[in-house]
Design a protein around this ligand. Sequence first.
Ligand SMILES: C[S@@+](CC[C@H](N)C(=O)[O-])C[C@H]1O[C@@H](n2cnc3c(N)ncnc32)[C@H](O)[C@@H]1O
Length: 335
Amino acid sequence: MSCPPDPRPFYKSLAPLLVWQALPRPADWGAIFGRRAPLTLEIGVGNGEFMARESTAHPERDHVGIEMRWSSIMRSLRNLEKAQSRNVRLVLDDAKTVLERLFAPRTLERAFVLFPCPWRKHQHERLRLFHHDFCELLNSRLVDGGEVLLVTDWTPYFEWTLAQLPGTGFAIEQRLTDPAFDTKYERKWRALGRTRFHEVRMRKQEHREVPVLEDHPVNPAHFKDCDLERLVLDDTLGGVTDGVLADVLGGVLGGVTITFKELVRDRVRQLVMIRTAIVEEPLTQMIWITVARDAKDGSWWVVPARGCQMIPTAGVQQALDHVAAAARATVTAPA
Ligand SMILES: C[S@@+](CC[C@H](N)C(=O)[O-])C[C@H]1O[C@@H](n2cnc3c(N)ncnc32)[C@H](O)[C@@H]1O
């Protein structure tokens, strides 16, 4: 008996998804898309419905979507596949991190931000997108005369955004509009009886210089001796023993929070893998660090595990240094 066809429209391709950590930065969008075309950005693509429509309505442009949730990326991939959008790339990460590192100044023609997360509670305000410094960053990545369109349902968010904008190099137009984008969140607010939304159009008038954030060189640690059986990580950074989750016991070092989450010991292959969270706001990275024996001369290396998609940062170096110090201490500290 054959299985009934799955009614869900599956995405057939991960091709639109960029592994941006592996790209040369800032990105060469001409090389990525295989042509030079005006570039449109959408931040917080949600289900990707607007992006699918916009990219097929404007085949003469290329479109990049930044979205921080994997579940939204998956839904977007399906919608992009359904629409047969071929001029789209998606980036899974925080928009500020990606704009800081992946986009060169003056590369974007337009940017859309439809119904950004409002972060309604006062204590969450710092998580909102359109802070003054973010607006300057966005300005820097737009071409001269480039435009941003922001739509929000929530008046306090609209007012807060307007208060961030002076001095960011934008000319502002704002008005109340009818629903026009048919996105999940627009439909959600319409279902609750909302028929008018705040629209803010920001046109770049003066350039703001925000340089591309560069990688920090990351050097592996190399030393002669280590006793893997005694390797336990420093309590200040979360004590971890075999296979035990350390939970959030992170140590904060110069604005970097490092949490050693899990330690996996392979006695046969003489290596230890340590799952490590490194937070350098707004960038959060989860990597595996390897402590491994060199088969040639028996010395030891502490390196990011092969295949790890990571941005080399000062925080990654700090994490390696701490693991290396703990590994060295296994043969120098008294038992
Ligand atoms: C309220 S939803 C709106 C989604 C879509 N634009 C719509 O209208 O249905 C906000 C979206 O922005 C994404 N998001 C929030 N903050 C972000 C950030 N800093 N970088 C990238 N995406 C972000 C969320 O994951 C979510 O998908």
